[in-house]
Design a binder for this molecule. Sequence first.
Ligand code: SAH
Ligand code: DHB
Ligand code: MG
Length: 221
Amino acid sequence: MDEQMFTAVDAFVEETLVSHDEALRGALDAAEAAGLPQIQVSPPQGKLLQMLAQMLGARTLLEFGTLGGYSTILLARALPEGGRLITLEASAEYAEVARGSIERAGLGEVVELRVGPALETLPALEDEGAGPFDLTFIDADKVNTPNYFAWALDHSHPGSLIVADNVVRGGTLAETASDDPATRAQRRLHEMLAEEPRVTATTIQTVGGKGYDGFTIALVR
Ligand code: SAH
Ligand code: DHB
Ligand code: MG
């Protein structure tokens, strides 16, 4: 493994293909200044999410895990006029930082940020009849990825995509006997996907500045 090389390639791809304007740079700077963990999606992965939303012609997006709003801004920018993104964040402190960056990106009317552990904020979404969502990005607490997937699937339609980040976790996904709850959750996610007739799915491994990980993409039939 050569992390330095992975980081350099991500940086080159970012420079050439992922134009970071003031709002995106500002979101990363504000998050760093506020001491948020730097665990946002890599620029190339963020660009992929944006392109997936564009390919779908997505109008309704759901995100689990806002952090400083970096992936939120990339995704929201894929929306057409009138499109909406709901993003769920447990930390009031992170949400405050994200809110500022989302506003500065001119997306205050497009993005709705709900604060609280997602399993506690989902029932209100349910009551309001939210969804179906064209694309859901799951990137919050990893132990709950299977729960978020189940909710997202029930609030999808044929053609929806559900993307889950951080499923490979340094390769531990392949450890049959892992006792790490987050790893077990990713294995459980894969078992759910395998048994679920409503989706077809795959998992792609990634390397980059954040090391070795990967993401799952599930397409709702
Ligand atoms: N999607 C972001 C990164 C998210 S990092 C990006 O790529 O820019 C994971 C986020 O999930 C953190 O901000 C963390 O506070 C949040 N989180 C953790 N547990 C959560 C929960 N139960 N509900 C909602 N968000 C949660
Ligand atoms: C963590 C969360 C993420 O979403 C990520 O991409 C990397 C790390 C974490 O909680 O450590
Ligand atoms: Mg992530």
